[in-house]
Write a protein that binds this ligand. Sequence first.
Ligand code: NAD
Length: 433
Amino acid sequence: MRIAVVGTGYVGLVAGTCFAESGNTVTCIDIDERKIARLKEGILPIYEPGLEELLKRNVADGRLHFTTQYADCIGDAQVVFIAVGTPPGEDGSADLQYVVAAAEEVARNMQAYTVIVDKSTVPVGTAEKVRAAVAANTECEFDVVSNPEFLKEGAAIDDFLKPDRVVIGSATKRAAETMDELYAPFVRTGNPIIHMDVPSAELTKYAANAMLATRISFMNEIANICMKVGANVDHVRKGIGSDSRIGSKFLFAGLGYGGSCFPKDVKAVVRTAEDSGYEFRILKAVEAVNETQKRLLFDMVTDHYEGDLSGKTFAVWGLSFKPNTDDMREAPAIVVIKHLLDAGAKVVAFDPEAMEECKEWHLADSITYANNPMEALDDADALILVTEWNEFRRPDFDDVKKRMNGTVIFDGRNIYSRKTLENLGFTYYGIGS
Ligand code: NAD
């Protein structure tokens, strides 16, 4: 098939590359000229394991193209995916201006029947808005399909090529069959393509993210009780995760959820509910718990130093909102570091992939960036582990101790053993024990 993907962010670039990998001819379009110019040179705008190799192979094989011009790729595309951003507006609802602008531009360039797919995470009713925007700008026949994306940054290629399920909301058989044909190569092992009406598909994505965010906030509250009653959240996690009704994934206590999806999607569901006259009480609490949790480590640090952080130096390991991505949108690291700086402390940080992103978009030169994890420790009063990249899991703690000025470790992801560290002479703080 000939496909166009509008938006070359985490979702659009991965989707476009994977559709090319399965034999389609794909053009990815973005209004960001710098991004497209760099992609044409083979330079990726994001870090995503496995993406670079796959992208380069498909470009070399002539199946994957990049452009800034809708006219280059919409006319002969059978399916057009809209994968642009849907950031939260001021009231928490998803800002649909990019989706609608993309839909209008697609419509102006269509030349025949086209399946237009909402890949972005969008509230119920968006497909109708897209339909209206397209209809106002074309005489061609078209269908609008909702096909939410469930990939996880850091494992996006695998998630896309081998999805747990594909959700398709469509109103016509013609569009549904086109989508089945397109996704057939990805579901050969039997994982389902689940067809449903459009509003249900739109809501499914939000419900999934809201449920996952709820698990995180729930476990963080369990962790907070554990600290008060002398229990250990890791034991509780194993104890409940072995129950098949609960399952073991997404039960880790930590510094709260971040990233470009959970925070905005939880907000959007709360807003959607409000718009329909319903108060989503659980999700409001999920959000409130998360906000407190992002501060927790900083509060532990402040308590340890009895409120005086001026002149102290902190090594921070991990900036991205989770491992294996350079994405720092809504990352807990930003909250922790800003509090430290406001309190007069100095921060020396290291992250395997997110330092450029951090410097360009988030913390600029307000902190020092180390060349490697060990360098960040030199003369630090304490180490704060924020993101659990694999390379932080087993440092040489004798070397850690030699380099640091102090002996305190704040472990925001519970990746170290309290017993081991205390035996080595460190003071250890974890979440929930
Ligand atoms: P992103 O911000 O990384 O990328 C969006 C891209 O769209 C940008 O490159 C931007 O320049 C481009 N764009 C904006 N307007 C455009 C237009 N009119 N024409 C062409 N390009 C345009 O976003 P993302 O993280 O890939 O997310 C995209 C959507 O997918 C969001 O709705 C998000 O909620 C959803 N989603 C994201 C993830 C994730 O892990 N990032 C997972 C599932 C779903």
